[in-house]
Write a protein that binds this ligand. Structure first.
Ligand code: CDP
Ligand code: MG
Length: 156
């Protein structure tokens, strides 16, 4: 949390659009199909910088905690089982308007609804196995980054 509180890249650039950090997961369906590099290329092409990155495999308890907001949804059990089924790559992406920009690059939750050129349109297998997670707001971005990374691991 300390690292997050100290982060204020906008303090000396009041004329510029806000630089944000957001949290991303390359999900098991994508790591399994060797798509990590292709997905990272999409982030970088959109102007997002990878300021932290690691490959991990979640425990079921960690997956349930991370997706706790969805615990009463019918897909919760299946989602958590999927998220522990293979390694994932967790990352922090930084850039102008990074939270919204990442959601744009990801595309809609259901790949059938995702716009052409988005990660989910090109790579997702289904609404559940949809290749990437991205934070949806500044508060969740800060919480999700702190869940996986210490301040020392964020290198901008
Ligand atoms: O990931 P995103 O923010 O786009 O969607 P969400 O509504 O926050 O749902 C989280 C994740 O739950 C999705 O990315 C899917 O992997 C999964 N999900 C599902 O399996 N079935 C649904 N009907 C909705 C979501
Ligand atoms: Mg979400």
């Amino acid at each position: 949390m300390l690292g997050q509180r100290q982060f204020n890249p906008n303090s000396e650039r009041p004329d510029k659009m806000a630089i944000q950090r957001t949290f991303s997961i390359i999900k098991p369906d994508a790591t399994k199909r060797n798509l990590t590099g292709a997905i990272v290329a999409k982030f970088e092409e959109a102007g997002l910088r990878i300021v932290a990155s690691k490959r991990i495999q979640l425990t079921l308890a960690q997956a349930q905690q991370f997706y706790g907001v969805h615990k009463d949804r019918p897909f919760f059990g299946e989602l958590c089982e999927f998220m522990v089924s293979e390694p994932i790559v967790v990352q922090v992406l930084e850039g102008e308007d990074a939270i919204a920009k990442n959601r744009e690059v990801m595309g809609a939750t259901n790949p059938a609804d995702a716009a052409p050129g988005t990660i989910r349109k090109e790579f997702a297998l289904s609404i559940g196995e949809n290749s990437v997670h991205g934070s949806d707001a500044p508060e969740t971005a800060a919480e999700e980054i702190a869940f996986f990374f210490s301040g020392l691991e964020l290198v901008g």
